[in-house]
Design a protein. Structure first.
Length: 149
């Protein structure tokens, strides 16, 4: 699927549409993405800053989707684990960027070639308009070659 069409579909997906999450960029080669979280009355916590669940949700599917796109349907790619560290209160529009480095898909494919599972951590930061880190997020992906492929 063309990345631009997929990006629009993600922006219309109810968990993103109704929480203020906006996919601002998804590169045509699925190697880069930029996601914003706009402050809305329904994603503020009691003290008026971004709800932590929304900060995490804005990062949720992207590493898995980007890696899956590059490995194709010959592999299982799932989120295995996740961590978030809240660094400072998030206010206004915050954003995060994902960049799948050259060689990572090939390395994952090679590591999974024997049929065993591969676990790989990916990291990104959520930053505010001043570029200050609001949260650090780590996602661990499970990759495995499908039997018979």
């Amino acid at each position: 699927m063309r990345a631009s069409l997929f990006r629009h579909g993600l922006n219309l997906w109810p968990p993103f549409l109704f929480t203020g999450i906006h996919v601002a960029e998804l590169s045509a080669d699925y190697r880069r993405a930029r996601v914003e979280l706009r402050m809305r009355p329904w994603n503020r916590n009691y003290v008026g800053t971004h709800f932590g669940g929304s900060l995490f949700a804005m990062t949720d599917p992207f590493w898995m989707l980007m890696v899956l796109h590059h490995l194709g349907h010959d592999h299982y790619v799932w989120d295995k684990a996740a961590e978030i560290e809240f660094v400072k209160p998030g206010r206004g529009t915050v954003q995060t960027a994902f960049a799948l480095e050259d060689g990572v898909p090939d390395a994952l494919r090679a590591e999974a070639a024997g049929g065993g599972k591969v676990l790989r951590w990916f990291e990104n930061a959520v930053v505010d308009a001043q570029g200050e880190t609001v949260a650090r997020v780590r996602k661990q992906l499970y990759v495995r070659r499908k039997p018979g492929r």
